[in-house]
Design a protein around this ligand. Sequence first.
Ligand code: 10G
Ligand code: SF4
Length: 316
Amino acid sequence: MTKPPLTLYLAAPRGFCAGVDRAIKIVEMALGKWGAPVYVRHEIVHNKYVVDDLRAKGAVFVEELDECPDDRPVIFSAHGVPKSVPAEAASREMLYVDATCPLVSKVHIEAERHAANGLQIIMIGHAGHPETVGTMGQLPPGDVLLVETPEDVAKVEVRDPSRLAFVTQTTLSVDDTADIVTALQTRFPDITGPHKEDICYATTNRQEAVKAMAEKAEAMLVVGAPNSSNSKRLVEVGARAGCSYSQLVQRAADIDWRALDGITTMGITAGASAPEVLINEVIDAFRARYDVTVEQVETAQENVEFKVPRVLREPA
Ligand code: 10G
Ligand code: SF4
């Protein structure tokens, strides 16, 4: 039987960002140096395949430090942690390695600097997401106010409207965040903040590539996990940019082939925590059913790389 023709547009950039790459390498280095088990507080990045692979190599994933013994190393995930976490690890004389992405640490420093200058911080982020919890946790509980929508901005109660700064989660929708920043600047004209927001290069580039791809593709799949914030934003961006069908899949087995019946153009991208092997698995699944022509839709080139600490600190 002849396969139907399909043009597969591949968004570029897609998949692993520099912070994810660095965080995974830190866990692998720790396992190489100290042997198993090495504890990891929270999924190192939000991807089951990555977590399962590291677990098979001897990593033990926990949600809180109280699930770790004192005498084994613990790594903090790429999303960042509240100040209380390294403080507790230090008080228990634990060996810890912080795999927080440097671009998240930059936001942490920003928040602290503004607070030191007497400004109250408003964070734009998703309630309960580990990055938001980590960034808000750079300051004492209750000090940072959280807004998720322009409606929240209208309701937020601040100490002094003339002494405010805002920071954001790094993986937000660029367009939604612009609306929230505008609402903040309209209500609080003196508010200080980053040039635009703290959304990172990887998030921005992946959303831009999806917009370009959505102009060409009837349907779009995002390879990523259901708890991956940046991956879910890519699904939304695709739908808003005109893809009538825009779905998240963890891997090829999740593809709803019936929903794709009759398509001739398809877009594929992947969140910042989705490994290349899963993207290839999805592409191969299309090749098995269609006569596929692959075309890249490239909107940016990335050459960002974060150094992995060359030597991890010895246990005390
Ligand atoms: O998109 P989120 O923040 O949910 O995380 P992820 O693990 O899916 O992707 C990598 C992004 C981070 C580590 C947050 S800066
Ligand atoms: Fe760092 Fe951006 Fe990747 Fe988050 S999404 S780990 S901020 S590069």
